[in-house]
Design a protein around this ligand. Sequence first.
Ligand SMILES: N[C@@H](CCC(=O)N[C@@H](CS)C(=O)NCC(=O)O)C(=O)O
Length: 230
Amino acid sequence: MITVHSWATPNGHKVHIMLEECGLPYRVVPVDIGAGEQFAPDFLRISPNNKIPAIVDDDGPDGRPLTLFESGAILLYLAGKTGMLLPEGDRARYAVLQWLMFQMGSVGPMLGQNHHFRLYAPEKLAYPIQRYTDEARRLYGVMDRQLADSAHIAGPEYSIADIAVFPWLRNWQNQGIAWADYPHLKAWFDRIAERPAVQRGVAVLADRRKPITDEKARENLFGTTQYQRR
Ligand SMILES: N[C@@H](CCC(=O)N[C@@H](CS)C(=O)NCC(=O)O)C(=O)O
């Protein structure tokens, strides 16, 4: 059995979607990151970076339990375990890895900062809002051009690269994005959103998540608690 320690955020959704696509049995342990549960010693033992998602697979590659944090590593692990959504041929496989790294290194961090300065920062600061909105638009443009001649993010087949990117674009309204500027990306987004496993994946824990409006949640996520020595 796989246990997913998670919350209903884009990085959590990636893993929930992958588990649903693979049809693996799993159970979810909610880690309410607004309430500070990511700092609990038991969670830090499996996720020392105090972030969701993390998994524990009782049946790891050598038959012993395996723990993993970082959503990209988890997607690769689940693809390896099931033989699904990561092509076997070298050329196609490296294309998927390339776009997965693009998501992990650019889409996630840049859109994350964009959300931060647009929604959560106590002051609306013009410079970072401009900087991260520009970056978001640039990245949407990169993906739109890729999808002009490709059915999926990393090539003709649906893969873990699509699963990694999709949840980050669900919040496009809060990113200063006009879908009309990215027609190929929008068509892809709508196709992915129709997949039953994707719909089940984004529903996981969705009823538990609350908007980050209270001071305690803000403090846990962005304040001194975050930067205490552990
Ligand atoms: N690179 C990490 C990022 C994970 C991440 O940023 N998780 C956020 C939620 S989407 C989190 O747990 N934040 C809580 C915190 O920073 O304390 C991954 O892809 O797994």
